[in-house]
Design a protein around this ligand. Sequence first.
Ligand code: HXC
Length: 510
Amino acid sequence: MKPSLERLAERRKQALRGGGTQRIDAQHARGKLTARERIELLTDEGSFEESGMFVEHRATDFGMDRRRAPGDGVIAGSGAINGRAVFVYAKDFTVFGGSLSDTHAQKIAKLQDMALNNRAPLIGLFDSGGARIQEGVAALAGYGEVFQRNVLASGLIPQISLVMGPCAGGDVYSPALTDFIFMVKDTSYMFVTGPGVVRAVTNETVSAEDLGGASVHTVKSAVADGAYENDVEALLQMRRLVDFLPSSNTSGVPEWPSFDDPERCEASLDSLAPEDPAMPYDIKELIAKTVDEGDFFEIQEAFARNIVIGFGRMEGRTVGFVANQPMVLAGTLDCDASRKAARFVRFCDCFNIPIVTYVDVPGFLPGIAQEYGGLIKHGAKLLYAYAEATVPKVTVITRKAFGGAYDVMASKHLRGDVNYAWPGAEIAVMGAKGAVEIIFRADIGDAEKIAARTREYEERFLSPFVAAERFYIDDIVMPRDTRKRVARALAMLRGKSLKNPWKKHGNIPL
Ligand code: HXC
């Protein structure tokens, strides 16, 4: 072999060793894969083209001139997921703890530019100690370059972050600017300042897991959109997620072969919503029974469970689902549910993903904590998101649609394109009990009168026909036909083109 070829082979071998066998073994001992192993699992076999394998940092302080590592702690390049182009970078924890240097940031920024110029999703795999401490402000500048590109790419290409180890300090804000953050249970954690700094500043003692583990960010803070048992499961689920996502805001939704008849009738749905309005039922059953092959990718499953959001397909094309969940808090809209669904609606609207909304909502959740928590502002987020969205919007009211929440949940008045109701739907300002107690307060002592007034109210208002008579509802549909009617509506709306008046951008109540 020619010496130059041998030299290349040797340099490549050295680069592929990352931080060395000992650090790779330590990574494996913690149940974590290396950066390259992760990319191999995420992308189609043999599709990944690495760029910048020989990049080295330029720092000289603190003896860094004697410590060089090809790749500089991040593996970057392009590949494919089920044949569709993606750009991927993975922090290599075996090299300086995956910390971000000036050159490490340049590799990420170049990849961000490539992803944007090629209009393909960008996926970051995080496992890092934050800013490269030896580089000082150069590392901070590097973060700034990455953040700026995250923001410019927002709404143009999907950006996904998978946190697979530490993600601390400056490393947290790039994921936070992306569309989705997923974590790996027990091995990953995210925080701006770690347990040591927290103890020093606030005197609170807390473990890394309790401060920023998956159990915190998927349940309490909603920083993360989901968590998986291990690296392998997480990476395979990211492949599944990418299959649902458009490549860009102009690509249209992906279309996969489906063998599920769009006209499929589900007789069991006729008895899904109990007659007794106080009895809960699982709205996820409706979603599972209406999407192609029952395949639903839920987002933020463990947070604000009174609303369900996620991706499914109809006739092989991606649809975003938003559904009140009567099993939790009776499906009311509270602060958390409102902001959870608002962000999802906006994601769908950015990327031209039609939205199907299943409504069973008794209203906004009353309470001091809710009002103090800003229910007005948070509720307005969802209202704003639906009102602003120009994608096809198909709504089915399965049971209750009361008060302001009726308006918010993709009603006709917020440019819902096709609005259906099941025959048992109740569309009104409020439930019968509350209504009668207010408008017939004088009769409250008289049980018989109150019962008669309640029946009268129920008959007059608690049906879908009042709304249908006013054309706020396009049709009253049999529950068993929901898939068929929604699929037909979506097919009809495929050519929808609606533009909001030009503006620099709106001012959503953040
Ligand atoms: C340089 C780092 C590093 C860093 C880790 N390493 N973090 N090198 N800069 N930020 C190196 C370690 O020196 C070590 O090198 C190797 O990575 C593995 O680290 P360990 O500490 O041995 O691993 P572990 O015990 O698993 O602990 C991981 C860790 C810890 C929790 C991430 O390393 C840690 O706390 N690091 C510092 C976190 C931090 O404060 N970062 C700065 C945040 S400030 P060797 O050679 O021994 O293998 C910041 C501000 C930016 O990011 C703000 C921008 C907006």
